[in-house]
Design a protein around this ligand. Structure first.
Ligand code: URA
Length: 210
């Protein structure tokens, strides 16, 4: 597994405004989208391409195009939805699948409550969107779900991570074709599973308290 923390002043600047509790929802939403586009640029470095030739007005030029099957983008509901537009802006030919993950309050295990994905992900590159890598439980379950359907490699793009969650994903995915791209790694998790200092509940800040 590879971890890449995108280190860029624009990302840190936007992240700082995002963290600020005075930032209202409409601005929060557009910042998540902008941040996502910057993180998507980093996260798609390994996107599979094939060689093509085009004719310019002057001569033949060699280039590349994104290979088939096209990448699959999978936002994890609900907060991952806020990242989707920023991602597909950069990768407009990608297909989009959805995964809803929630914690079972009895077993504390992540469970899948909604799923709209192709049955067969053989040979697919998948990009999972989940803004907050906190305990890592839902991200591990989501990545495992995609591998179980045949995905060949998975990149998870997260805005913030806690070291505890990152370590859990690294342990669970050791030796697998997994890349995690992050805006920043924060200090720790608190006793309620919030990232510290973090930005609060990303879903609530995107969509309100529903
Ligand atoms: N999910 C969030 O939205 N925020 C956190 O800090 C942790 C998990």
């Amino acid at each position: 597994m590879r971890v890449h923390v995108a280190d860029h002043p624009l990302i840190t600047h936007k992240l700082t405004v995002l963290r600020d509790k005075r930032t209202p929802s409409p601005l929060f939403r557009s910042l998540v989208e902008e941040l996502m586009t910057l993180l998507a640029y980093e996260g798609t470095r390994g996107v599979r391409v094939e060689q093509v030739t085009v004719q310019t007005p002057v001569a033949e030029a060699r280039g590349v195009q994104i290979s088939d099957p096209k990448p699959l983008v999978v936002p994890i509901l609900r907060a991952g939805l806020g990242m989707l537009e920023g991602m597909v802006k950069l990768l407009p030919t990608a297909e989009v699948g959805f995964l809803g993950m929630a914690r079972n309050e009895e077993t504390l295990e992540p469970t899948t409550y909604a799923e709209r994905l192709p049955d067969d992900l053989s040979d697919r590159q998948c990009f999972v969107l989940d803004p907050m890598l906190a305990t890592g439980g839902s991200l591990i379950a989501a990545i495992q779900f995609l591998f179980d359907r045949g995905a060949v490699d998975v990149t998870a793009i997260c805005i913030l991570a806690a070291p505890e969650g990152l370590a859990a994903v690294e342990k669970a995915m050791a030796g697998r074709e997994v890349t995690i791209v992050l805006g920043a790694v924060d200090e720790r998790l608190d006793e309620h599973g919030y990232i510290v200092p973090g930005l609060g509940d990303a879903g609530d800040r995107l969509y309100g308290l529903v």
